[in-house]
Design a protein around this ligand. Sequence first.
Ligand code: AMP
Ligand code: MG
Length: 401
Amino acid sequence: MIPLDEAQAHVRDRCPAPVATTVALSEALGLVLAEPVVATEAVPPFANTAMDGFAVRAADTVGAPVRLTVVGTLAAGAAPDRPVGPGEAIRIMTGAPVPSGADAVVMVERTSVSGQFDGELVDVEVEVPVGNHIRDAGEDLEPGQVVFAPGTAIGPGHVGVLASINLHEVPVFRRPRVGVISTGDELVADGSALALGQIRDSNRPGLLALVGGSGFDAVDLGLVRDDEADIEAALLAGVESCDALLTTGGVSMGDFDYVKVVLDRIGVMRWMQVAIRPAKPLAFGTVAGVPVFGLPGNPVSSMVSFELFARPALRAMAGHTVTGRPLVSAVADGGLPRRPDGKVHFARVLVDYRDGAYRVASAGGQGSHQLTAMAGADGLAVLPDGDGVADGDVVEVLLLH
Ligand code: AMP
Ligand code: MG
């Protein structure tokens, strides 16, 4: 058996570097910037009001209450067609440009209006300073300013900022296309009744969901029988259309575990026994330069293996600098017992944040075939070799979301 970090490093070192491209802004969420983004426009583009109210000369409000003459109205989107003179005010709506002459805005709540439209008067209750409720041009971004550095992961806020500076073609690293293949003669995926010995193919839908949920393009490459020629054909077709492949099953010690046999023949492959539980066996190789992750068949193992090996490597291929899940310390409620076996165990746990501390408790049956605990889990508690963690002891946890 080899330690987890050695296996992770082996995988990471053999995955290709991120590939730069450009995408439409609408496609950029979750991707990583490949180049710095520089603002070409000021944000806001002009001085405007942060409040509905009246644009005034601050000096006119000294000694308030004061009465001013209303000489116009400015809606958002309207350009001022006259200045504000001494003793005057222009009614103004949030976002409208501040007219020349005015240097402050009084919010509408601090005013009252009398008179008709012609010769309307406004009583201003408060004295306001110069700049009151005015958002200056460039207060968020100045032209020429570096807005985001390369390596920035694009979230919803970034999408908004990029739109605010009119950047609609975004320089990013390509979103990896990840193909998923399940293997096994026992698997049924067409909804038909199960004969004795058969089970449903749960790994492929689960892994496709993990791939998509992790921000990669998930490509369903189907279910393949335990047959060397079929597995070879599926892998060769997969590496033509994808940036990485995931297979499940066929990498253990069984007589019909052909995935590792085929990978050995057509790729540069290493078969690893990693000192972890679940997910001990891992076949990893490259076929025509495309990384292929031979994940174990047990459902929980396939998902934990994805978390520990595939997801970090795929995130690196997507240009992310942070590739792992957050690791936090938590108090174990009820304890997480285990037996010494030379492996690090990853227990599926519920995670709660209470009274200033993370707390974890078992999410249910910890067998590698018991997928319901994986489904419910918020985290993987890292149990070093030994007898596990007693009630109230502190344990490290990988947060899954
Ligand atoms: P293997 O790694 O092929 O020896 O499979 C290990 C265990 O995982 C066996 O019990 C398989 O039936 C089960 N298994 C393999 N592939 C899948 C799958 N796609 N969905 C659900 N269970 C699977
Ligand atoms: Mg199998």
